[in-house]
Design a protein around this ligand. Structure first.
Ligand code: GAL
Length: 640
């Protein structure tokens, strides 16, 4: 049963208080939005990247050919403007002044004579003249991924002495970022992490003296050994250098530590996109794996900071011309979770069927919606997911995703869309462009194996003059999520990595388990306090602080709060507090596992930033809490 504020027998206290001074508690309210704001970065980056099409075998002809195709096909006009070089562009780090050199044999326009040797400036200028943006690639360690994983003799492997082949950022952040962003004019950098993981003395290429030892601080598959703080700090140095050389912050920092080092937790504070899993490759099961690594992380994404389940692999393997249904599913899901949309295909020869997928403007608009609300899982099972995305002007999009290889009849309910059962709901299919007959309450839709159907939906909102917080995650910053020990997330589809079955199995390796979730508990169960279930709300651990950009648009905050039944810690008691621009507006008494929900309500009229704090009384424990039905009410629906 769904709990509404009117049906609730209130067992808690409603207290409206005047301001109290903040104490020294790290969970103390700041009275402001503390997450970085990137004014010129309004939506997830879209464009093209060389890796999935060419690996390290890149050259100017291939890249410029795809760049030209972006323009001539109209894709650039739809938003695909980043042209990103991946691994393989570098010749070496020049002896003496350590200036990075480009492979001029592959990129002839870089063969500028002059004190800097080669330069990517002409290449970047050309892309800019075409109305495009330019992306470059590096590694956070001393050496890159291809240097350890690509077969010896592959094109694009750096040359020269051992020191000259140390092309990564480690020890060179300032000079390299200056060269890439100030001198050459790049707009985007993807920073990989093999240099932190794969250059141990045990590595065969290190043993043979090809590369210098780098004692690993990132251990794939062994997340408890990862030095998360150190990894985060290294990426933070890159972000700081970018801000220094491009103070207008018109750049993208793409963190590529494959969900390792706890980047699923801190990526939002450090960069603009962060990979949430290991590499996608064109296998259906890998797609499930990558999608799952992002799908539960809506609370960690917002405008300017997006989860990255990896680049598109449309056109290859299980997403090729013979699998267009799967290809459309891949594209739909990436758009629903606000993933970067980076095409990984040689665009110089593009079949129309693929072009039709990338250029579906209605689906692109979901990804690029300015509110930046990542879709929330409204239904979860091993076979089917229903994802609901809140769009500008109170509109909704819903994707029904058949994960299985059998046909499936899916029931979609108005409640999943946060629409009422009383009024008809209309659905417009964004692939077929058909309007469906309106339904009331629920409807049944058939999905072919691996098919996704995606619709915009209109009906009568359950909350006509307000928003559930789970409808506005793009305006929320989870400043503290209460996780004290980074634990791997066991909920992801475990695909056999690289299709091998050696070793004991695919253990969960991406930390973030217990993180904040929209419409679910931190442990991916339905929100529940005492005997009450909540379809809507925020699940999070105690000792957490959430910032909400309310921008004076709302008058009241209201929730039914308590310790969630999914809690591991049944002993701790928790208090809930609501602050507005730093002032305490409301709080509850301490509640514990098994207690009934308590109503907490606050007048937030004129408030810019609301903070929700759940405070645990005891020093230890992992109390999971629910802000059931957490919502903001405004005086007028027009202000949504
Ligand atoms: C991987 C990365 C890929 C690609 C590759 C290049 O670590 O995840 O996207 O950049 O390195 O070697």
């Amino acid at each position: 049963m769904n709990l509404t504020s009117t049906s609730l027998a209130v067992s808690g206290l409603l207290i409206l208080l005047t301001a109290q001074p903040a104490d020294a508690d790290p969970l103390a309210p700041t009275g402001r939005w503390t997450a970085p704001v990137y004014h010129s970065l309004k939506a997830p980056p879209m464009g093209w990247n060389s890796w999935n099409a060419f690996a390290t075998d890149i050259d100017e002809k291939k890249v410029m050919g795809s760049a030209q195709a972006l323009v001539s096909s109209g894709l650039a006009g739809l938003g695909y403007v980043y042209v990103n070089l991946d691994d393989g562009w570098w010749a070496k780090r020049r002896a003496g002044d350590a200036r990075m050199q480009v492979r001029a044999d592959a990129f002839p326009s870089a063969a500028e004579a002059g004190p800097d040797g080669t330069s990517f400036k002409p290449f970047v200028d050309q892309l800019h003249r075409m109305g495009l943006k330019a992306g470059i690639y590096s590694d956070i360690g001393r050496n890159s991924c291809s240097q350890v994983f690509s077969p010896l003799g592959s094109p694009g492997l750096p040359v020269g002495s051992l020191a000259e082949r140390e092309v990564g950022l480690f020890g060179h952040v300032d000079a390299d970022i200056r060269a890439y962003f100030k001198d050459w004019g790049f707009d985007y950098i993807k920073v990989d992490a093999c240099g932190l993981a794969d250059y141990s003395p045990r590595q065969q290429r290190v043993q043979s003296g090809q590369y210098r030892n780098f004692e690993p601080i990132l251990f794939r598959g062994r997340p408890t050994l990862n030095q998360n703080q150190r990894i985060r700090q290294l990426y933070q140095e890159v972000g700081a250098a970018m801000a220094k050389y491009r103070p207008q912050q018109d750049y993208v920092l793409s963190i590529c530590s494959w969900g390792q080092g706890d980047s699923r937790q801190w990526g939002k504070a450090v960069g603009n996109t962060w990979r949430t899993s290991d590499d996608l490759y064109p296998k259906w099961e890998r797609m499930l794996h990558a999608f799952d690594s992002t799908a539960t992380r809506a609370m960690y994404s917002r405008v300017g900071a997006w989860n990255d389940p990896d680049m598109l692999f449309i056109g290859a393997g299980d997403f090729d011309l013979a699998h267009l249904s799967e290809a459309r599913t891949h594209f739909t899901l990436w758009a629903m979770v606000n993933a970067p949309l980076l095409i990984g295909y040689d665009l110089r020869q593009t079949p129309k069927e693929l072009m039709d997928i990338w250029s579906n403007a209605d689906v692109i608009a979901l990804d690029q919606d300015p509110l930046g609300n990542q879709a929330v899982l409204a239904y979860r099972s091993n076979d089917v997911n229903i994802l609901v995305k809140s769009l500008t002007n109170g509109r909704k999009a819903v994707a029904l995703f058949n994960r299985s290889s059998s046909p499936f009849e899916v029931t979609l309910t108005a409640a999943q869309l946060k629409l009422t059962d009383e009024a008809p709901v209309t659905l417009r299919d964004l692939w077929s462009k058909q309007d469906l007959a309106p339904f009331t309450g629920e409807t049944k839709l058939r999905l072919a194996p691996h098919e996704s159907r995606v619709f915009t939906a209109q009906g009568q909102r359950r909350l006509p003059e307000g928003l559930y917080l789970s409808e506005m995650t793009g305006q929320i910053n989870v400043a503290e999520d209460g996780i004290s020990t980074a634990e791997p997330d066991p909920e992801l589809y475990r695909a056999s990595s690289w299709s091998r079955t050696t070793g004991p199995g695919e253990w969960p390796t991406y930390t973030g388990w217990g993180g904040a979730q929209a419409d679910a508990s931190p442990y991916s169960t339905g929100l529940a306090i005492g005997g009450h279930d909540f379809d809507y709300g925020i699940g999070i651990l105690a000792n957490s602080r959430i910032e909400i950009k309310s921008d004076r648009k709302f008058s009241t905050f209201r929730a039914e709060a308590g310790v969630d039944n999914a809690t591991r810690d049944r002993a701790s008691s928790v208090r809930f507090l609501v602050y507005g621009d730093g002032k305490l507006l409301a709080s509850t008494r301490a509640v514990k596992f098994g207690d009934q929900p308590v109503v907490i309500e606050a007048n937030v009229l004129g408030v810019l930033v609301i903070e929700l704090i759940a405070l645990r009384a005891s020093p230890r424990g992992d109390a999971a809490v629910a802000w059931g039905n957490a919502r903001l009410i405004s005086g007028s629906p027009r202000t949504l």
